[in-house]
Design a protein around this ligand. Structure first.
Ligand SMILES: *[C@@H]1O[C@H](CO)[C@@H](O)[C@H](O)[C@H]1NC(C)=O
Ligand SMILES: *[C@@H]1O[C@H](CO)[C@@H](O)[C@H](O)[C@H]1NC(C)=O
Ligand SMILES: *[C@@H]1O[C@H](CO)[C@@H](O)[C@H](O)[C@H]1NC(C)=O
Ligand SMILES: *[C@@H]1O[C@H](CO)[C@@H](O)[C@H](O)[C@H]1NC(C)=O
Ligand SMILES: *[C@@H]1O[C@H](CO)[C@@H](O)[C@H](O)[C@H]1NC(C)=O
Ligand SMILES: *[C@@H]1O[C@H](CO)[C@@H](O)[C@H](O)[C@H]1NC(C)=O
Ligand SMILES: *[C@@H]1O[C@H](CO)[C@@H](O)[C@H](O)[C@H]1NC(C)=O
Length: 291
């Protein structure tokens, strides 16, 4: 009697395992498996949604957060402008970036074309400790005068004067230098970290000051469906964007639009009730033997 019920239980477990195993390792959770682990990109570790790039598929991230991991530091491109990523802070959802063309070189070659960056339409906003600086390139130096905000650039064997102008929050030139600078060939607006710049105020000459200020980078706050992602994570899922647009929540059974449905709880329930039934059967069998 007793051993008969035992084998029923063993058989049921076997059948249950045979049913459960294929459903929990099917092709549907390929995204769940590949996006679950954090990844590394160049010198930054422990990255996850919304970032992707390198060996990390795009479906694990948000389309606008692709990183190029082939250089020393990750690079992100926003509205066609490449930025070197210096650090990524998840709690404040802030990236610290520096304009890649100006990295370690405040005098990029004019052939790289000076471009004004814009965040229009991108899921980023400048952090509030940052502001704009205008750099004027290819200017004719005033004879016999070197202004405080002047530095020289040599490109293709030609040396020209450059000037940096710190603007006020509204973007207007606030120190009046602009009106005194003759014949500049181009101007570019670049963002910088005000706090970092204050700490570098004594850096001289101007070339070194501009180089250090630009290399300090500035903050970009990101917005990538973060409240939805928290909900997905709380339900046991992993955030991503299936087919490159919108949001997807990858769960151990399949892909859901927002959060995992409680199917895992379902199999757990089924398993516990089977254990419970077997315990009951065993107890009943023992009673039978006693009688
Ligand atoms: C990795 O990042 C997650 C959040 O994105 C954090 O909870 C965890 O502590 C980090 N782990 C390490 C080793 O830094
Ligand atoms: C990544 O950056 C390197 C060097 O800047 C560049 O040559 C390469 O084309 C970039 N890769 C992608 C996929 O943009
Ligand atoms: C950048 O912006 C400034 C001021 O708005 C403008 O004068 C300049 O022509 C722009 N430069 C480029 C390369 O678009
Ligand atoms: C800047 O933003 C931070 C949070 O991102 C906030 O705590 C701080 O008060 C803000 N500072 C100013 C001057 O707005
Ligand atoms: C500005 O550009 C023009 C034409 O490209 C060039 O002839 C001139 O020498 C440049 N001026 C300076 C100061 O580099
Ligand atoms: C700006 O610079 C200060 C001082 O170096 C630093 O503490 C702060 O984190 C920087 N802000 C960003 C967004 O990187
Ligand atoms: C779970 O799925 C069922 C049937 O597919 C649906 O009726 C229910 O609303 C879902 N629950 C949640 C929390 O999404």
């Amino acid at each position: 009697m007793n051993s008969y019920f035992f084998s029923i239980c063993h058989l049921s477990f076997l059948v249950l395992i045979l049913i459960l195993v294929p459903t929990s390792s099917g092709s549907d959770n390929e995204q769940y498996t590949s996006c679950r682990r954090p990844f590394e990109c160049a010198n930054i570790r422990n990255l996850s949604y919304p970032f992707w790039g390198g060996s990390r598929p795009q479906y694990c991230g948000h389309p606008n957060f692709g990183l190029n991991c082939t250089n020393q530091a990750p690079q992100i491109t926003i509205n066609s402008i490449p930025y070197r990523v210096l650090s990524i802070d998840y709690p404040t959802k802030t990236l610290t970036v520096a304009r890649a063309e100006f990295w370690n070189n405040p005098c990029p070659s004019p052939t790289t074309l000076y471009k004004n960056a814009t965040l229009d339409g991108a899921p980023f906003a400048y952090s509030n400790d940052s502001q704009d600086m205008i750099i004027l390139f290819g200017c004719q130096a005033l004879p016999g005068v070197t202004l405080d905000n002047q530095f020289s650039c040599t490109n293709d064997g030609t040396t020209t004067a450059s000037y940096f102008i710190i603007t006020s929050g509204g973007g207007e030139v606030s120190n009046g230098f602009g009106t005194f600078i003759p014949g500049c060939n181009s101007s570019v607006v670049v963002r910088f970290n005000q706090t970092a710049a204050l700490g570098l105020a004594d850096a001289r000459p101007s070339y070194i000051y501009v180089k250090r200020v630009l290399d300090s980078g500035f903050g970009l706050r990101w917005d990538a469906n973060d409240p939805i992602c928290s909900g997905c994570a709380q339900s046991g899922g992993v955030c991503g964007s299936d087919s490159g647009s919108g949001f997807s929540c990858y769960c151990s059974d399949k892909v859901y639009p927002v959060a995992c449905n409680s199917t895992r709880g379902g199999s757990g329930m089924c398993f516990s009730s089977l254990v419970f039934t077997c315990v009951l059967l065993k107890t009943w069998a023992k009673l039978e033997v006693v009688h």
